[in-house]
Design a protein around this ligand. Structure first.
Ligand code: SAM
Length: 218
């Protein structure tokens, strides 16, 4: 399988064709080897235009959605970024390439451990990971210049707003369990403004300020 060619095709046909234009973001999508972050039996589909299962009922998001969220963060390279939902670690690797320091929280221990060891193996040793309920944020290293939530929230968790720096940006999908809108939230002089970028579908954000564990099962 020629993954490099598939990767180039993904950037051209799925990202550039849909309006992803930040040159730094595109360069990183050309570079990071997505096939290393998906289960081995799904590697042939690593550059497909859809999410893939990563086990534990969770997914690695569609490449376009990862790129759109990343571009919406407007990273310049000097930011401290909090990511909620480490999953496979693919988005974590992308954020690490584009910022100063990434802190990533995942509630499922097996996914967090797998992602952490893969990220280390690939040379992303600066990333700090934490197994916890990310709706509470990660107080210890706050405030953050940027916060990215990669699971669907029913509301914007207040601890995340509190842990976002003034002039900071948070990107978060908000809606019901079946469909959400991707929101970009900007904090200025303590006030929060929100705009909607696109409709999206994410697995639920589960936790104290999110959905309950058995959401969707009732
Ligand atoms: N960004 C990931 C990637 O590139 O593979 C995909 C993330 S997946 C769509 C969403 C992740 O959020 C899942 O791994 C899920 O376990 C996690 N999650 C859900 N609720 C969470 C919470 N309260 N705190 C931390 N992680 C959470």
């Amino acid at each position: 399988m020629n993954y490099k060619r598939l990767r180039q095709g993904m950037v051209k046909d799925q990202l550039i064709a849909r309006g992803i234009s930040d040159e730094r973001v595109l360069a990183v999508f050309y570079k990071v080897e997505r096939e290393k972050f998906v289960p081995s039996d799904l590697r042939k589909d690593a550059y497909g235009d859809f999410p893939l299962s990563i086990g534990e009922g969770q997914t690695i998001s569609q490449p376009y959605m990862v790129a759109l969220m990343t571009q919406s963060l407007e990273l310049k390279g000097c930011e401290r970024v909090l990511e909620i939902g480490t999953g496979s670690g693919y988005q974590t690797a992308i954020l690490t390439e584009l910022s100063e320091q990434v802190y990533s929280v995942e509630r499922i221990k097996s996914l967090a451990q797998k992602a952490e060891s893969l990220l280390k193996k690939l040379g992303y040793s600066k990333v700090k990971t934490f197994v916890s309920d990310g709706t509470m944020g990660w107080e210890e290293f706050s405030p953050y210049d940027r916060i990215l939530v990669t699971a669907g929230a029913k509301q914007v968790p207040q601890p995340l707003v509190n842990q976002l720096k003034d002039e900071g940006i948070m990107v978060i999908p908000v809606g019901n369990v079946y469909s959400q809108e991707l929101r970009v939230i900007r904090k200025k002089k303590g006030r929060v403004r929100s705009t909607t970028v696109e409709r999206c579908i994410f697995v639920p954000l589960i936790g104290k300020y999110g959905w309950s564990e058995n959401v969707g099962a009732e």
